[in-house]
Design a protein around this ligand. Structure first.
Ligand SMILES: [Zn+2]
Length: 334
């Protein structure tokens, strides 16, 4: 078990350190050994898997029994860790290793009318699941997929990511590499922010992020398409809210924030200055910042600047009213 465990932890850290696969505390992985199951704890980051224990240990049977009773919340394990909200999904899938990744290229392609998934994934054992809220609704879809079609190596989750299942680490990393290779979207070059313009608009003491990707939201067709649409995947809604604050021509930050708060009912943690760059609130948390970065990367990867289908208003309402995400939001300080 120990060599197997070590492989698994390296795998968790490797996928967790790739922002095209995982952003901030998103995604989760699990390992089964008989009835024992280790699942990433909620709010922990996969990239820290080698530094500390990020897993909660559970009985698979107990998780499946709770699922049959329709129970969403799982009690903390002996070490005080609260297992991921996707624990039932991990328990349902029979393979020993399960990786749930918020793979950006899969999120984008699953929302494009011409995503071409069938041709790209030809030859793999895979299935596409329509969007369902994380937690119990998603688990129900996975259960139905397994009951009707038997086990699969890959589930593509519309507007959410992927689930990869394998009996060992070697097979799991093979499948992840196949998905990266087959779903890969070419990235356009990014522009540098216009710091002079950003400083001129910034009358609220916000910061200019030093990373390049957040600023990609200020330039080009892909960015415009993302700014106009709603959240693409659940974590975007959880950490950034359902609308993005975009400054009008010559508008200053303070005025834009006031108008935004009145309009949308919340204070944003970042704002976009078109053709200038992005400004970060001093209150932005690490998870929100990682999500802005991912959105910037998405803007550079949208094929032809076309807009993928965002989450529906009903899906966003469901996420906003779900207790499962409130703790992650609070942890991020957003
Ligand atoms: Zn997820």
């Amino acid at each position: 078990m120990s060599a197997f465990w070590e492989d698994f932890v390296w795998l968790a850290a490797a996928v967790g350190s790739n922002p095209l696969l995982i952003q901030g505390p998103g995604g989760n992985v699990s390992l089964k050994d008989g009835d024992d199951m280790w699942v990433k704890a909620s709010g922990r980051r996969l990239c820290e898997a080698l530094d500390r224990n990020i897993f909660a240990r559970l009985s698979r049977r107990a998780v499946l029994e709770a699922l049959d009773r329709g129970e969403e919340v799982f009690c903390v394990d002996g070490g005080g860790a609260r297992p991921s909200v996707e624990t039932p999904l991990h328990a349902l899938i029979p393979q020993r290793i399960v990786l749930h990744l918020h793979m950006l290229d899969a999120v984008i392609r699953s929302g494009l009318p011409e995503g071409g998934l069938a041709a790209l994934l030809d030859g793999l054992s895979w299935r596409l699941l329509p969007y369902a809220r994380p937690g119990l609704p998603l688990s129900s879809l996975v259960r139905k997929s397994l009951e009707e079609g038997g086990q699969a190596d890959v589930h593509i989750l519309e507007n959410h990511g992927v689930v990869v299942a394998a009996e060992d680490g070697e097979r799991a990393i093979f499948l992840v590499n196949e998905l990266i290779r087959r779903l890969w979207l070419a990235q356009r070059p990014f522009a540098l922010p216009d710091a002079t313009s950003l400083r001129a608009r910034n009358d609220a003491g916000w910061g200019i992020p030093v990373q390049a990707y957040p600023h990609a939201l200020a330039f080009g067709e892909g960015a415009a398409a993302l700014l106009a649409g709603g959240p693409l995947w659940p974590d975007q809604n959880v950490f950034l809210g359902r609308k993005i604050c975009v400054l009008g021509p010559k508008e200053r930050l303070r005025a834009a924030l006031e108008a935004f708060e009145q309009d949308c009912g919340f204070m944003p943690v970042f704002a976009v200055v078109p053709e200038g760059g992005v400004l970060f609130s001093p209150k932005i948390g690490a998870s929100a910042a990682a999500t802005v970065s991912a959105l910037g990367q998405a803007a550079l990867r949208l094929p032809g600047g076309c807009a993928p289908r965002p989450l529906s208003e009903a899906a966003l309402d469901e996420l906003d009213n779900w207790d499962g995400e409130k703790s992650r939001k609070t942890l991020d300080g957003a």
